[in-house]
Design a protein around this ligand. Structure first.
Ligand code: HXC
Length: 262
């Protein structure tokens, strides 16, 4: 089922990890509609591929993505963007079952920052520069920037960023918990780390991994009581899997588990 992509690259640095590289270098990976169509297409494919246990999305050293494509948007009318629910296809990534790691170097601005925020884990290189500069264009973030940042870093910081349009550094992103960590310097380091993390995640039982991702994501949607209830029910449900029997038996027998994802 080979498919040719033009605005992204799909590789398999290790058999269990899909590496998606945004590839519009001349436009600093501006997220045009055709690029997003390709991204959604490839995400659907990798989500269905039983061999793949984790996905890494990255850009170039200079830019993860410099935002939605301003040139594509600039002449659009209200009737068109509202009528077509412009950008609604950006949310597909949030329904992918497999863990997605954003490996961010360089600019992650506007929609690029929002794309990273839609991933499950963000690793940043020291060169990463985040920001929601939409206010400078006479608009506001439109793919979750105001909501996901507010839930992650709080109201005051989010207000400052979104109202001033100023960028924030990898160090700030780490301090505020936007990224899980900043990796060492060096070209390709952040992708290497993300692939290694993806490979580690992919070595676990896939049913438990899916349940874990679902449970953590619930923390953003529900009250604590509801979230705890949902978590416990998912936990109970895993006792119906072979992987639970195998994982606990392996511990008791002091050996490595051999998960069969069943
Ligand atoms: C279209 C873009 C672009 C974008 C860069 N380019 N960002 N094209 N949309 N978002 C293009 C430039 O026009 C230029 O094309 C080429 O990429 C290189 O960019 P330069 O500006 O020459 O590079 P540099 O001087 O290094 O500056 C880098 C930069 C700057 C600081 C990242 O490009 C920049 O400010 N970009 C826009 C960032 C932004 O405002 N993003 C938010 C977009 S709105 P040419 O043809 O001239 O060589 C948004 C809304 C999201 O994301 C809403 C919901 C999704």
């Amino acid at each position: 089922r080979a498919h040719t992509y033009h605005l992204i690259n799909l590789t398999r640095p290790v058999p269990s990890v899909a590496l998606i590289t945004l590839n519009r270098p001349k436009a600093l990976n501006a997220l045009s509609s055709p690029l997003f169509d390709e991204l959604n297409h490839v995400l659907k494919d990798v989500d269905a591929d039983k061999e793949i246990g984790a996905v890494v999305i990255t850009g170039s050293e200079k830019a993860f993505a410099a935002g939605a494509d301003i040139k594509e948007m600039k002449d659009k009318q209200y009737s068109e963007v509202y009528g077509s629910n412009f950008l609604s296809h950006w949310t597909y990534i949030t329904s992918v079952k497999k863990p997605i790691i954003a490996a961010v170097s360089g600019y992650a601005l506007g929609g690029g920052c929002e794309l990273a925020l839609m991933c499950d884990i963000i690793l940043a290189s020291p060169t990463a520069t985040f920001g929601q500069p939409e206010i400078n264009l006479g608009v506001i973030p439109g793919a979750g920037g105001t909501q996901r940042l507010a839930r992650t870093i709080g109201k005051s910081r989010t207000m400052e960023l979104v109202l001033s349009g100023r960028n924030f550094s990898a160090a700030e992103a780490e301090r505020w918990g936007v990224v899980s960590r900043v990796v060492g310097e060096g070209e390709g380091e952040v992708v290497k780390e993300a692939v290694a993390l993806g490979e580690k995640i992919a070595s676990k039982g896939k049913l438990a991994t899916q349940a874990a991702k679902e449970a953590v994501n619930h923390a953003y949607e529900q009250t604590l009581t509801e979230g705890l209830h949902f978590e416990r029910r998912l936990f109970h449900s895993l006792f119906a899997t072979n992987d639970q029997k195998e994982g606990m038996a392996a511990f008791a027998e002091k050996r490595k588990p051999n998960f069969t994802h069943s």
